[in-house]
Design a protein around this ligand. Structure first.
Ligand SMILES: Nc1ncnc2c1ncn2[C@@H]1O[C@H](COP(=O)(O)OP(=O)(O)OP(=O)(O)O)[C@@H](O)[C@H]1O
Ligand SMILES: [Mg+2]
Length: 231
């Protein structure tokens, strides 16, 4: 079964980190989970509630800092390796060794990548069992996502799954989702609604929340047949 999930996107700000945080939370209710921020842009420490002394660059420099870099979060069973605070080279071979250690110690690993950092996307694509590409219904994002999917599938031979994010409900009948999916050429794994309370304190999975939609994505990644969003 897939246990290492890489979250990628071609455009910035589409919700990679938000999806990584939600999936990390969901996986951690099913087994021990490590979330890794691969890059130099920190978000998950705030989204998951973590206060770490070490970061991913420390682990690249000395793999023996791995255990110290795995910081507890506000969610039991979910640990985080936060992003570096400045740019660094994420060597794909070294990253594979790091992920292999995590594979041995955790049931699930969720990797958040950094927009525009092609090395990070390559390193995640090389090592992940599944790649989830977060997209929004924006023409530029769709065109760039098609290019990125083509590049990563050709280079790494991995299938990419699409998570459509920030969708206003109810979904407008004028949206041609099939055309979007055809243009990118990847399977849809889930649809997350725009949710203004996505990380509000005390938020609950509720019925029509991004959290509930992420729960369904997690189940679909585990091979459980549930709707793309929610009923
Ligand atoms: N479904 C959603 N509903 C409402 N807001 C969302 C949703 N998904 C993400 N956001 C918000 O959009 C903003 C950008 O999200 P996020 O940081 O996850 O994007 P990103 O793709 O990781 O960005 P970057 O390219 O900088 O890494 C954040 O403020 C986040 O809380
Ligand atoms: Mg991010």
């Amino acid at each position: 079964m897939d246990k290492v999930i890489g979250i990628i996107s071609a455009s910035g700000g589409v919700g990679k980190s938000a999806v990584a945080a939600l999936l990390g939370r969901e996986f951690s209710s099913r087994g021990s989970t490590a979330a890794v921020e691969l890059g130099s842009s920190r978000s998950l420490d705030i989204m998951l509630g973590a206060d770490a002394a070490y970061d991913i660059r420390d682990v690249f420099e000395d793999i023996d800092t791995l255990d110290d870099a795995l910081s507890p979060t506000d969610h039991p069973g979910l640990s985080l390796i936060q992003a570096a605070d400045e740019r660094f080279e994420a060597d794909p071979e070294l990253f594979e060794s790091i992920v292999n250690r995590l594979r041995a110690d955790y049931d699930y690993v969720v990797i958040d990548t950094q927009t525009g950092n092609h090395k990070a996307a390559d390193a995640a694509a090389k090592t992940a069992d599944s790649l989830v590409m977060v997209i929004t219904l924006d023409s530029v994002c769709i065109r760039e996502s098609a290019k990125m999917a083509d590049y990563l599938e050709t280079k790494h031979g991995k299938k990419i799954l699409l998570a459509l994010n920030k969708i206003e409900l109810p979904i407008k009948s004028s949206y041609d989702l099939d055309a979007v999916i055809d243009q990118i050429g990847c399977r849809l794994i889930g649809i997350l609604p725009y949710d203004k309370n996505i990380f509000a304190a005390g938020a609950k999975p509720g019925k029509k929340t991004a959290w509930a939609a992420a729960r369904n994505i997690t189940k679909r990644l585990m091979g459980i047949d549930v709707p793309l969003m929610f009923r």
